[in-house]
Design a protein around this ligand. Structure first.
Ligand code: AMP
Length: 395
């Protein structure tokens, strides 16, 4: 029987589906957005005419509508042979992907306190997919799992130890699927074994994180207990002085308000006062909008500082690797970041950055650079599909 793998990615207000064949070719992809809102809508292969969602469709309704449209339009003539789900938080329970059963679902539910916007919708997606395809093996692939190899000195905060023991307060890290893909791709491109490949992987999308990968394993990462820590992001502040909470409280702000500001109104959006979108920021900066130029500077400077910090975990470095919408497309951010890292021996070639950096696998370092610098297109869906196929084979 021919294999096909359905990848399900439930975000807080969106649902993405992708179907792969056994040769890792993507057969179809779909997205439903603005779920639970009046204007909920969906597209299949970019076309919004072949699927209709009820108003205020939730994740389950969106999944049912998309799966039936896949069937009706012959995108999915037979049921998939395996299904992979992106799950944001696996706590300390999952060091790798797992076949989903009732116990696994219970643990995902238990981790919901650590990812309240994500784990409940991930579970809703799993339940809805199980109802649609009760016989098909389903696999959970966790954003946190790849970082379970961090040692205590990297994952513990300098807090009273009971916080970790009683409340599970520690650094978990996220974007693990993407960083894992980066490690594998870099090893492949450099012709090395993963087990001897050490990189610094910068995933720069709307959410941003950077990971030190030593001999194929994650050893340090910038996101922490939640995806708010670390780099400057589209709307998230990344690192701030925890003393800010007390100070803002003295100014009359409530904790919930501060939380919202740090998550939704900070980062590139907060600094520029205009947008969280790096492409638009670059255009605005070119037109002389100073806050936008400053946002790019702060973003790149923080990133450079973290590249330096990640080197503390490594014995050798095979490459600094950029990915995500910004990492793959913004030659300006890469140039500015590398500009802060000359003392560490990173040196970009401006021309290669502009031209090679447009292609996945492109090398952009100058001949004088101590380390290779690469741009790679991430493919989290493919990692999830591979894990689902691998584990389903043991079902
Ligand atoms: P992602 O979340 O990975 O889709 O990344 C989204 C981010 O990538 C947004 O900030 C986009 O503005 C940014 N991005 C996409 N294309 C470009 C581009 N050509 N130049 C600069 N930033 C870009």
């Amino acid at each position: 029987m021919k294999q096909s793998i359905l990848v399900v990615n439930c975000g807080s207000s969106s649902l993405k589906l992708a179907l792969f064949d056994e040769n890792e070719e993507k057969l179809v992809s779909a997205i439903a957005e603005r779920l639970n809102e009046q204007e909920a809508f969906a597209r299949i292969n970019g076309d919004d005419r072949i699927v209709e969602l009820p108003a205020r469709a939730n994740h389950k309704q969106a999944l049912i509508a998309l799966v039936s449209a896949f069937r009706e339009h012959q995108f999915m003539p037979a049921a998939p042979t395996s299904i992979g789900h992106r799950v944001v938080h696996g706590g300390e329970a999952f060091r790798e992907a797992v076949l989903i059963n009732n116990d696994v679902m219970e643990i995902i539910n238990d981790c919901a306190g650590l990812a309240p916007l994500h784990n409940p919708v991930n579970l809703a997606g799993i339940k809805a997919t199980r109802e649609q395809f009760p016989e098909i093996p389903q696999v959970a692939v966790f954003d946190t799992a790849y970082h379970q190899t961090l040692a205590p000195h990297a994952y513990l905060y300098a807090l009273p130890e009971s916080y970790y023991r009683d409340w599970s307060v520690r650094r978990y890290g996220f974007h693990g699927t993407s960083h894992f893909f980066m490690a594998n791709e870099t090893a492949r491109l450099l012709g090395k074994a993963l087990a001897t490949t050490s990189i610094i992987s910068a995933h720069l999308g709307n959410g941003c994180s950077i990971t030190a990968i030593k001999n194929g394993s994650s050893v340090d990462t910038s996101m922490g207990l939640t995806p708010l820590e670390g780099l400057v992001m589209g709307t998230r502040s990344g690192d701030i002085d925890p003393g800010l909470f007390d100070y803002l409280s003295s100014r009359g702000m409530q904790l919930a308000e501060v939380h919202k500001e740090l998550n939704q109104n900070s980062g590139l959006l907060g600094i520029s006062g205009k947008t969280n979108d790096m492409r638009t920021l670059c255009e605005l900066a070119d037109q002389g909008h100073e806050p936008s130029a400053l946002a790019i500077e702060i973003f790149s400077f923080r990133l450079a500082k973290y590249v330096g910090a990640m080197m503390a975990s490594l014995n050798h470095l095979d490459a600094l690797v950029f990915t995500g919408g910004i990492g793959e497309n913004s030659s300006r951010v890469r140039q500015k970041t590398a500009g802060h890292l000359k003392l560490l021996g990173f040196d970009l070639d401006a021309d290669k950055n502009e031209h090679n950096g447009r292609h996945s696998g492109g090398r952009i370092e100058d001949a004088s650079s101590r380390f290779p610098i690469l741009v790679i297109s991430t493919n989290e869906e493919l990692v999830i599909a591979r894990e689902a196929a691998r584990l389903a084979a043991s079902f």
